[in-house]
Design a protein. Structure first.
Length: 117
């Protein structure tokens, strides 16, 4: 069983930056698909950014050019660098991992990101 723990959320002004971290209790080299999701109040959970083991990355249109997903295999951590934050980015951000497919097998507990205008 793999446990994922997110950190790095907080309150930031519009235009600011945050870096979210997702630490895995197991080796992320065995987790082929790592994804960040977010859920804003009253809205459905949406995919923000994903990273496949082959180096493939994918981003929601709303965050392209502002957010970057990356992996640090040596530290079993996945990051989400978020720049030029907007109030619309306010949400709980979740880290998820899939071993064999993009469909997550494991979820973190989430970290709150609040962007003030």
């Amino acid at each position: 069983q793999v446990q994922l723990v997110e950190s790095g959320g907080g309150l930031v002004q519009a235009g600011g930056s945050l870096r979210l971290s997702c630490s895995s209790s197991g080796s992320i080299s065995s987790l082929n698909f790592m994804t960040w999701y977010r859920q804003a109040p009253g809205k459905q959970r949406e995919l923000v950014a994903s990273s496949g083991s082959g180096g493939i990355t994918n981003y929601a249109d709303s965050v392209k050019g502002r957010f970057t997903i990356s992996r640090d295999i040596s530290n079993n951590t996945v990051y989400l660098q978020m720049n030029s934050l907007k109030p619309a980015d306010t949400a709980v951000y979740y880290c998820a991992a899939g071993r064999l497919t993009w469909s997550p097998d494991y979820w973190g507990q989430g970290t709150q990101v609040t962007v003030s205008s």
